[in-house]
Design a protein around this ligand. Structure first.
Ligand SMILES: [Fe+2]
Ligand SMILES: [Fe+2]
Length: 199
């Protein structure tokens, strides 16, 4: 499906109505950073733009409503997603992207579905949206190496950036006395191994 200019503008308009201003600004940051990374890495910048625009499209819905809808619609959820309500907007957002925004491309839906936790062996667009959500221009969290450094690395090597983002996520949870979710450890191990093997 060709992503037309009209579709981009329609989605932006609907999201501006649906999301709080801060979330909408974050959304634009993720969308345009995703498009830039896609151009740089030789994948469709229009698909990445749409995936970035829609990644948080469900954020305005109450979490208990989204959980009950996912269960009613048989949308597959991990144990972690069932237990951490703020993660539900990813699977439910992928459903809304189809039903409310008319998007049916698997790579876009998958990128929305997996933007919070990632997964091993992501497609380029999944990886790009997962990364852009972590370090879009408005993000300011402390990381090692710095967020600016990880941004630069992402334009050169998506796997290295994914490894660093998952490593920082694990470190963040461990400094608060908690474990990160199991998927983040899987992502970390997968990309660490991939980098070491030089694949
Ligand atoms: Fe999100
Ligand atoms: Fe987000």
């Amino acid at each position: 499906m060709e992503v037309s200019n009209e579709l981009v503008l329609t989605i932006e308009h609907k999201l501006q109505q649906a999301l709080y201003p801060k979330r909408y600004v974050h959304t634009l940051g993720v969308a345009y950073l995703s498009a830039s990374l896609a151009m740089c890495h030789g994948t469709s910048h229009r698909d990445a733009l749409i995936a970035g625009l829609l990644h948080d499209c469900a954020k305005n819905h109450p979490e208990d409503f989204m959980l009950s809808e996912c269960l009613r619609l048989n949308i597959e959820l991990s144990e972690c997603e069932k237990q951490i309500p703020e993660l539900i907007h990813a699977p439910y957002g992928s459903y809304l992207a189809q039903t409310e925004y008319g998007i049916h491309q698997d790579d876009i839906l998958l990128a929305i579905r997996n933007h919070t936790l990632g997964r091993p062996n992501m497609t380029p667009i999944e990886q790009i949206v997962y990364l852009a959500d972590y370090f879009e221009p408005e993000r300011t969290h402390q990381t090692s190496p710095s967020l600016d450094e990880i941004r630069k690395i992402a334009f050169q090597n998506l796997d290295m950036a994914t490894y660093l983002v998952s490593k920082n996520s694990i470190h963040y949870f461990e400094t608060t006395g908690k474990n990160a979710d199991p998927m983040t450890y899987r992502v970390f191990e997968y990309y660490k191994d991939k980098i070491q093997k030089g694949e």
